[in-house]
Ligand binder design. Structure first.
Ligand SMILES: [Zn+2]
Length: 132
């Protein structure tokens, strides 16, 4: 048993989690019965339940949104989209030229504006520290 630390630097924008998911009613059993009742008369289970799934642009397993890194943290209502750097090394240091940040901003803006996800005020260098 131990303590696990990880620091993330995310250059990009923060998007509310609820914009990245949709909720759909999903059939709960496959019995061959009419589906207009709340409970299945054959198996007794619920007929329908709301299920949340990520929108098509968001590959939650690959941690990618619209071709960019997508980082989410437990208990956080936002997803950070852009490019991220992480380390759990001691005494770690890395520097980035400002041109790299500006290129990323332009690239993110170009991709996310047509999709309706760009928010200039949210473009920042986010520093997140996780302890578990
Ligand atoms: Zn059933």
């Amino acid at each position: 048993m131990g303590v696990w630390h990880r620091a993330y630097t995310i250059i990009g924008i923060r998007i509310p989690r609820d914009k990245m998911f949709i909720t759909e009613e999903k059939r709960q059993c496959s019995c061959d019965v009419p589906t207009n009742t709340p409970w299945c008369p054959t198996c007794g289970g619920r007929m329908w339940m709301d299920e949340e799934r990520p929108i098509d642009l968001y590959d939650i397993d690959g941690c990618v949104f619209a071709g960019f890194d997508a980082v989410t943290l437990d208990d956080n209502d936002c997803i950070y989209v852009g490019e991220y750097y992480k380390t759990d090394e001691d005494d770690y240091e890395e520097s980035l030229e400002i041109e790299v940040v500006e290129r990323l901003r332009a690239s993110l803006r170009k991709r996310l504006v047509p999709l309706g996800f760009w928010n200039e005020d949210e473009f920042k260098i986010w520093c997140v520290f996780v302890v578990s």
